[in-house]
Ligand binder design. Sequence first.
Ligand code: ATP
Ligand code: MG
Length: 354
Amino acid sequence: MAERTVKLAVIPGDGIGPEVVAEGLKVLSAAAPAHDLALETTEYELGAKRWHATGETLPDSVEEELRGHEAILLGAVGDPTVPSGVLERGLLLRLRFSFAHYVNLRPVRLYPGVATPLAGTVPEDIDMLVVREGTEGPYAGMGGVMRKGTPGEIATQDSVNTRFGVERVVRYAFAKAAQRPRKKLTLVHKDNVLTFAGELWQRVVREVGAEYPQVAVDYLHVDAATMFFVTQPGRFDVVVTDNLFGDILTDLGAAVAGGIGLAASGNINPENAFPSMFEPVHGSAPDIAGRGVADPTATILSSALLLDHLGLPDAAGRIERAVAEDLQARAKDGGERSTPRIGDDIARRVAEQG
Ligand code: ATP
Ligand code: MG
């Protein structure tokens, strides 16, 4: 009898979403027995297909059902046939706001054997954790348009930074930094130009940092941080930053750590008042959908983040080790494998571990 049942909502979504999610679930199922876990999954059809059929992005009833789960695994939503912003604001951002996903966690780790475009230019010890604020900043949806359609048109997009919102994400980042061997936290902002928000972030980091004397604190302007992600990626441990800066920095992070096929993320409500949602950083990749060539590794690593968040670090570690082994094997044989084949290989490695 399984000791713990995990109630998981699954949103396969559009494009390659269903293909990569199937492999994530395959690997989760392979990890479950060794940790006395039973997975109870419920699939929800959300995304472009549902929007075309019904005009719905996230019906209230579905939101209510999702709320009853411990976590959500999402593939990707989006399609060129859906106007930009409809699914982003109507589904993804709505879930983030409704479920208070105020931490967007994005590890940037270069696994042994994985090719980086930085090869030979810097020491390739890249292992950082980007803690991106998830519900505020320019994503808050504040602002508006004046004199629309006239030559004097003005569009404003306000960046909202509340003491409450900044403090809770900064606290999460310090707690993570304190658990890691290097115990370093870098605040990334642009406080020389964005003076009001920047000063708030600086002050909160100073105040919360006083409770964590063991954590070394560093500050970088976002432009300098972008440069150092490429020239000195090894200097970063935990990075805490604003919603938009984090979005951009982590795409760069994904690129330096082996590409978007490997980049995992979690939209996290640390208090578990609501289910957290885990998804690959990449999108629905309509250009390669249906061909069985998408790399499911980002989704598999997102499943490991999911287990870790649910307080199952041993099961998460098992998956991460299996992925690391698989990536080293890839480096040796270099052969192209289909999406399900990569999932099979990683699931086998998960099952074989002692
Ligand atoms: P979104 O707006 O949803 O972020 P996008 O069009 O910006 O979508 P992606 O869907 O992430 O970006 O695709 C960007 C490129 O990366 C595409 O060429 C796609 O084929 C490729 N790509 C994305 N994910 C994968 C994957 N898992 N495996 C292989 N290639 C991928
Ligand atoms: Mg994109």
